[in-house]
Design a binder for this molecule. Sequence first.
Ligand SMILES: [Zn+2]
Length: 411
Amino acid sequence: LVSPASAKKIPASVTPISRDLYRPSDTLLSEIKALVARNPDRLTMDTVRAGNKGYSAEMLVVTFNHVKKTVHDGSKIKILLSFGQHGRELITSELALSLLYILTEKRKIAGVDLSSFEKILEHLVIKVVPIENFNGRKRVEAGEICDRRNGRGVDLNRNWSVDWGKKEKDYNPFEEDPGTAPFSEPEAQIMQELSKSFKPHIWVNVHSGMEALFMPYDHKNTTPDGAPSHLMRSVLENVNHRNFQDSCLVGSGGGAVGYLAHGTTTDYLYDIAKVPMPFTFEIYGDEKASTDDCFKMFNPVDKITFDRVINKWCMAFLILFEEGLRTLPDDQVVSQGALDNWVPMGGEILERNMDQKSGGENGKLEGLDLGMQELKTYFRLFMLSTFLLMFMFCSRISKNRSRDSDEQSTA
Ligand SMILES: [Zn+2]
């Protein structure tokens, strides 16, 4: 028997996924769930699902928060770290797992003792999305190793509303399909809800393909104006200096990558969600790999490089936490508000900490959401046709009037 997945042939010159270095997505998620279960004083988790038009997505969100109550929750810095937004960038989700180990059970990175960071962690609440694009990642694991889009072909880093849908001259739908509308994709809806309800101070969208520390904007080749933007840049420059000996590219995504991107996550986070520090970290890239050799281009293929990348970027996050804590103005920390539980609109919480199941009416919210959208469209159409009718009616009357007056004058 030949299954559709295994029937797909990968050319001999193309590097296959190194199964001894990379966990399958299901294994990775079970390992994270086991880690959460072992560390209830630090980790909790939610599984969120959203969907529309017969497509649904599920996302695991892990929350790190020290139960030790020496620091008041309202004064903590809130951080969101998202990994695996692009399916083919497997290394990013491995980094998520390693980081969760460091936040809980591991005390060293490559022999370096981490106890100096322990105090910092008490001031943080960190939400980690280990695999943002689970459906897309599944397709990659089934053989579509060059695919970065979600389970129905949309690029989740082009589906946000700032400058959405604009296409550059070299636009390639296989890479950057923005979807049918801003937030048409369930994965993007879940992440947007997270930005609204969690209101993070720092958000890092983790990718691979090159090595860089990016800040907004992606849709233009400049960084935002003003003091907040300077703070953002100084945090990145300090991370670059302390951890990478200034070897990383730092700047706006649009200015430094060499192409503009429209409808990206961080541009929305900065302009609309008002996240003070939304970053994109590009953690690894093999620029010499040929364009169809995607696994090799986006992921380390040997153990030494794999470990080096993981260790280097775990440390980068710890330094980022320290720099963020030092740099974020106090009034900004307080203004972002207290920690709330978040319930995503259009989605539902499937599980909370494994045992407290909530929600039950599958797809009810989704139907409601879709119904509202259609209603709005019908209402707009109705208003438009009413306006047109009124216009025709009025112009008829004025024509009649002028004809009457013409007749009168000639008469
Ligand atoms: Zn990417």
